[in-house]
Design a protein around this ligand. Sequence first.
Ligand code: SF4
Length: 509
Amino acid sequence: MGFISLGCPKNLVDSEVMMGLLDRAGARLTAHPEEAEILIVNTCSFIDTAKQESVDTILEMARHKTSGSAKRLIVAGCLVERYRDEIRKSIPEVDAVVGTGELESILEAAGLAMPAAAESVSPFNILSGNGHAEVRPGLESRAATHKASAVEPAQNEDSPKSRQEGEARERQGRFRRDDWKGATHLLPTYLYDENTPRFLTTPKSSAYIKIAEGCDHPCTFCVIPNLRGKFRSRRFESVVAEAQQLVARGVEEITLIGQDTTCYGEDLGLKDGLPLLLDALAGIDGLRWLRFLYAYPNRITGRLLDTMARHDNICKYLDVPLQHASPQVLKTMKRGAGADIFLRTLEKVRAAVPGIALRTTFIVGFPGESLRDFEILEEFIGEARFDWLGVFSYSDEEGSSAFALDKKLPKSTIESRKRRLMKLQQAISKGVKQQWVGRELVLLAEGESEETPLLWEGRTQFHAPEIDGKVYINDFGELEALEPGRFYKAQITEAHDYDVVARVVSGPL
Ligand code: SF4
């Protein structure tokens, strides 16, 4: 069986759950699609470029049905939520589709029966990856097949009810899919738990845990709520149990993920759910780094910051997607706030957690973004001095409320504004990284650099997996060799625009 996972870490966790279910049912994974009898593509359809990559990958895999040994092609993920019927009609090679709320139906789609729980041969439900699955990183995630159509979206018995905010947004039409021909009205409700098998594909020292799924926010450019459904949190005890299992298997870095982790637990009736969860997880012996992605700006509370500051093993790292800084644009985006409020928030964060690395993302070219709006964003970026910053060009998505807005900007304007922001951030990043030179930091060695075998790559607590700049290691100090997945003390010796160079001082720690 060959498995390709596209898109964000949230989609990756879905892939790991599907691979875990398939592995438990006896399927064996291969990294060579031409050898696989069953091919599965877990897709992303967040914005246009992600959709295109998904379709290209499906077509590439479809070729193995004529030239390779593939007998079955399954498409899973966000693209299915959006174009369920279209996929079957336009790509006849596709034998089955599995939406984001139907992960367990991957077994039926693959023609494998679900075994009884007692048949599990492992004392752990988390299976070690063997590197056989291909995982392609990408962007920040019902009438099923004739076989899978009988399966209702799976929901385990502990799945919580959605919160009032979600119900209210539903009444306002937030989750409607009427513009998507071929999508069903049923929203996904699935949540995995600590007993669901997962086939880990991340390096052995690191793993993601999805703590919540869906989103209730009204951001007008975003179709993720339409794709992934209402916000719902995993049970507190389930997340803690999964983290304990992972650490017992040698994982030392856990990254908590969700569309908005700062809402965690609101649907469970928890106040300060994320700080409480962080407190519980930070107490797990052997967990060296704990971080969470992503924070919604108005939900960064004093309690959350205190919790981050109090625990040495909570990474001093915050990813807070702000999307824009002009109050006018943010109002049309239905996010609110603006540059002044954000600057005060950042000041509060930096005062409460000294030395914290801040990451954000912005969208340029939102409908109606005037030159003045754009300049407000530029000025804000200049003042905020983020450590890491991503810029997305506005993507006009059918099904989002922004799709109906007038005053769409020409592509050339959007792209030139994007280039201006990236250039500005390049200079800021260079200055910020210069200040790292001479510092001694704990470094996770990841392995030989993809660019040259003369260098190794690693990360500090200020780098989230896969997304931020790199630390290149050009000097092992007294050591003959480094071990991937081990932690070392290292000194930063050089800084470039986004990346830094380090020399190992001691370790492994
Ligand atoms: S917070 Fe806004 S941008 Fe983020 S997933 Fe929810 S709706 Fe989309």
